[in-house]
Write a protein that binds this ligand. Structure first.
Ligand SMILES: *[C@@H]1O[C@H](CO)[C@@H](O)[C@H](O)[C@H]1NC(C)=O
Ligand SMILES: *[C@@H]1O[C@H](CO)[C@@H](O)[C@H](O)[C@H]1NC(C)=O
Ligand SMILES: *[C@@H]1O[C@H](CO)[C@@H](O)[C@H](O)[C@H]1NC(C)=O
Length: 864
């Protein structure tokens, strides 16, 4: 019909379908570089606000759970706001603080089966642009004969410039490379470009706008799902050793070995809560598993509800007749009663122990316990600590225990601890239509043991920081990875002895490698990130320490926590103990303005503000006031400037009772010998002292010095420090701000304003905020201190002033009448480009009439 065509035509010619809710994501790139299994991925997303009002732009991505985020930044209108890695508690506090102030902040939150969601949103002004950049790293694991890398793709709208680009370098040589996407249609298949030769592999996926559409003319994106890359490497030797810059990594994955026969005990929860879907799926999975059991394997089933039932009293060989009988048994499994997990576990271990003691199973065979539960133990021994103690004692490290937690009613922490302390691992089985497949999938991973008791021996005195080097089983299709650090950073060769028990005999060999050989293997690699082995080592170490920490208690746990935290902060990994926080702090708005060469006239005088009950955010703006005094009961503010010369020192706070003083020294522009009166001044140095505690803290835009009696400690703004000593707490947030609490709790925040380094005029300066000023006494004075006491004013006779936009008025304050002008300060939190005007009453002539005495009364001779 004509009107339909008309409406359609109108829609498509006037609305850009790439713009969703006013926001256009015009570019999204996923760039991935893999070197020897270690992957570094950078996701960059660029958006613009096409609307005519502020809009919130979301950046949410899902990352593999096994990955660690290592960097995040936002760039808004050309200014980059980096993320900082922090200890979790500190990060959380900062985040909450930022949120309560209405600032933008991002945190990584967990979700999903295999992925974790990372969400950040930022409010940007009309026509403004924002770029998000996220980096994460992970060690790709080999499973079923392939390394797998998984990228979640979900741009949620058509993106003009969408690209996935993956480069792989494997010094052993690449033998196969696959790329597939769950959303890839036949038409899109050709858009995936894949090449590999010898050591290099490359994958590119760059669909055009039209190729992204769910149908011709549709504005929906079909890019929604998993993009998976799989590859494997050549194996001419069972292992591969690489040495770079004092670190080594050792990959071990022998092929073509006969499989070990296995002895499997399935310990299955049949308590009431398993009834329905769960028990059905369990039966289904067990039947499939029975199809895969090999004829030289032994197995048995233990079921636990309120009571414990065993299928057979002994391990049973997987003959066709026995398998048939087992199928009948499995089909008949039904639920009953409570959860006697302890009874089930102990019975299973007992049967396995007996089989070994009676030499009923082959000497060279791999024994495995797989336990599945959906609940928490409540019959027999139900204290999980006690169960763990008994189980560990009964297993004695002889067999790995794999615990599968079905659904969300399990005490997963307990299952994980118990598995980890018995050389196994825990897995979640998510209640869904594919639960049976998840169970089978897990079985497949552990169903092909090729070696037992694998030990990789490195010369003890040459190595420090060795990751796990002994493994109960090696499963076909997997890979063992060990990394370490040389005690002597200059050491460049290594000899390793490898040993493992195979089905027929012992596998034993010695491997030797030196840094030169490694370097040769990497010759043709242009994009290698040089520290990949060191980072791989850090990744693996953190992963294993976290695992160990799971089951640890007391001092051991504290030590592990400290170790992980240390490494996470050093290598900037977002782990469960750290967070990355990105705030768009108000002081950065300044930086934005100052780095901007087009803004000629800059802030006069000082950048200071007082915060009392209601925090007032203070910004430096062209010609705007810089002492800002918030008057909460009026919901208004008073502001004034002090114009003095560079080098002058002003008394800001002076409290004779607590002994606290704060003085500030002025600096000017980089211009030498210019007319001081026309020169802008800032605070370049702040001195905070407590004479009773004999403490002096000097802060400049370069360093922070603490003098405690005769003892001197210095930090720079590049440090991240939390310092706690008697009467003093100091937290330095690298290149950002510092929080200083003294004595009874009076605290100050000093903000570092960094200026574009090559700016012809301006230099870095400081801002001061006062927190908890009520901790100072009634007798506090100084340019700021005098306003810590409640202050009130009345405004009369508002009338036009010399600037039509800024009315004058009469202010009654301290029994005086002053002529004041309505001034504005800008709040850049919501609108980083233009700011939002916040009014204050400006008192002229260096605050004459407002400050006690005259402003020159506050000049002091030195910082202390
Ligand atoms: C983090 O990313 C930002 C923006 O790309 C970059 O400037 C910075 O150097 C990166 N930091 C690290 C530690 O790689
Ligand atoms: C897509 O839009 C164009 C222009 O509006 C129109 O000519 C064409 O028939 C449309 N195609 C489909 C499949 O709707
Ligand atoms: C914890 O670390 C301290 C200091 O390094 C050490 O003395 C102590 O033995 C460690 N404790 C445990 C349980 O590892």
């Amino acid at each position: 019909m004509w009107w339909q065509c008309f409406v359609k035509g109108l829609f498509f010619s006037f609305f850009n379908p790439q713009v969703v809710n006013g926001i256009e994501i015009y570019s999204m790139k996923i760039d991935s570089k893999v070197t020897s299994r270690f992957a570094r991925n950078v996701i960059t997303s660029r958006a613009v606000n096409r609307g005519n009002v502020h809009k919130e732009v979301f950046f949410d991505v899902e990352l593999p759970k096994t990955a660690f985020i290592t960097n995040f930044s936002m760039t808004i209108d050309g200014v980059t706001y980096p993320g900082y890695i922090k200890e979790k508690e500190a990060a959380k506090q900062e985040y909450e603080k930022a949120v309560s102030k209405g600032q933008t902040a991002g945190l990584v939150k967990a979700s999903g089966r295999k992925t974790e969601k990372f969400t950040v949103s930022v409010n940007i002004a009309a026509a403004s642009k924002v770029t998000f950049e996220l980096t994460y790293e992970e060690l790709l694991k080999r499973q079923f004969g392939k390394y797998e890398m998984f990228i979640k793709v979900k741009p949620k709208q058509l993106v003009k410039d969408f690209e996935i680009d993956i480069s792989i370098f494997e010094p052993q040589g690449i033998t196969e490379l696959e790329a597939e996407g769950t959303f890839i249609t036949n038409d899109l298949q050709n858009v995936i470009k894949k090449t590999f030769s010898d050591k290099k592999g490359h994958i590119s996926f760059k669909p055009t706008l039209d190729q992204q559409r769910t149908c011709a003319n549709c504005s929906q994106s079909l890019l929604d799902g998993d993009f998976t890359v799989k590859y494997d490497v050549k194996r001419t030797t069972p292992d591969n050793l690489q040495i770079v810059n004092g670190y080594f990594v050792h990959f071990f994955a022998p092929t073509n070995l006969p499989q070990l026969p296995k002895n499997i005990i399935f310990v299955i929860d049949i308590s009431g809560s398993m009834s329905g879907r769960e028990i059905e799926q369990t039966r289904e999975a067990l039947l499939k598993i029975l199809d895969d059991i090999r004829d030289d394997d032994f197995f048995n089933f233990i079921l636990f509800g309120s009571d414990v039932h065993t299928w057979k009293e002994k391990l049973i060989k997987a003959t066709p007749e026995n398998l048939d009988e087992a199928r009948k048994f499995v089909r008949g499994i039904d639920t009953e009663g409570m959860t006697n997990l302890y009874g089930g576990m102990m019975k299973g271990i007992e049967i396995l122990n007996a089989a070994h003691e009676e030499k009923f199973v082959p000497k060279r065979s791999a024994s495995i316990i797989i336990m599945l539960t959906d609940g928490q133990p409540n019959v027999g021994i139900s204290n999980t600590e006690d169960i763990r103690t008994h189980v560990k004692k009964a297993i004695e490290g002889k067999y790995p225990l794999y615990n599968l937690g079905f659904g969300y009613g399990v005490d997963y922490g307990f299952l994980e601890k118990m598995a980890l302390e018995n050389k196994g691992l825990a897995r979640r089985i998510y209640p869904d239509s594919d639960s049976a497949l998840q169970l089978q999938g897990f079985y497949d991973e552990v169903s092909n043991p090729m070696l037992m008791d694998v030990e990789l021996h490195y010369p003890e005195n040459e190595i420090s920081g060795l990751t796990k080097n002994s493994f109960k089983h090696f499963y076909d299709g997997s890979e063992i990875v060990v990394a370490g650090r040389f005690a002597d950073i200059n050491q460049n060769s290594l000899t390793v002895d490898v040993k493992g028990e195979g089905a027929n005999d012992v596998l034993s060999f010695t491997t030797q490698q030196d840094a030169e050989q490694t370097a040769k293997a990497f010759q043709e690699q242009e994009y290698i990130f040089g520290d990949y082995i060191e980072r791989l080592w850090a990744y693996l170490t953190i992963e294993q320490l976290l695992e160990k920490r799971t089951a640890a208690t007391g001092e051991e746990k504290e030590n592990l926590t400290a170790e992980v935290l240390d490494l996470s902060l050093k290598y900037k990994f977002v782990t469960p103990l750290t967070s990355m926080v990105v705030t768009k702090p108000e002081d950065y708005d300044n930086q934005a303005g100052i780095a901007d060469k087009t803004t000629e006239v800059r802030a006069k005088a000082l950048n200071l503000c007082i915060t009392k009950q209601t925090p007032v955010i203070c910004f430096t703006v062209d010609g705007d006031p810089h002492f800002i005094i918030s008057v909460p009961q009026k919901e208004d503010a008073i502001c004034f400037n002090i114009n003095e010369k560079p080098g002058d020192v002003l008394s800001l706070i002076n409290d004779p009772v607590t002994g606290i003083t704060v003085n500030g020294e002025l600096i000017g522009d980089k211009r030498a010998n210019s007319d001081a009166n026309s020169q802008n001044t800032y605070f370049g140095k702040l001195g905070i002292a407590n004479k009773y505690l004999n403490l002096k803290v000097t802060v400049t835009s370069e360093k922070i010095t603490i003098q405690n009696g005769n003892e001197k400690t210095a930090f720079t703004w590049l440090d991240s420090v939390t310092l706690q000593q008697e009467g003093l707490t100091l937290i330095i947030n690298k290149e950002k701000n510092l929080v200083l609490s003294m004595g009874d709790g009076a605290s100050f925040v000093i903000v570092l304003h960094q200026v574009w380094k090559k700016h012809p005029l301006h230099q870095d300066f400081l801002g001061l905020y006062t927190l908890k000023s009520h901790k100072l006494s009634e007798q506090t004075h100084g340019l700021l201190g005098q306003f810590f006491h409640p202050i009130d004013f009345t405004i009369l006779e508002i009338h036009p002033g010399s600037d039509p936009k800024k009315p004058d008025a009469t202010m009654i304050i301290k029994n005086k009448e002053l002529t004041v002008t309505r001034g504005w300060q800008k709040d850049y939190r919501k609108d980083p480009k233009h700011g939002i005007d916040i009014p204050c009453w400006f008192v002229h002539n260096n605050g004459a009439g407002l400050v006690d005495g005259v402003h020159t009364d506050y000049l002091v001779s030195s910082l202390f």
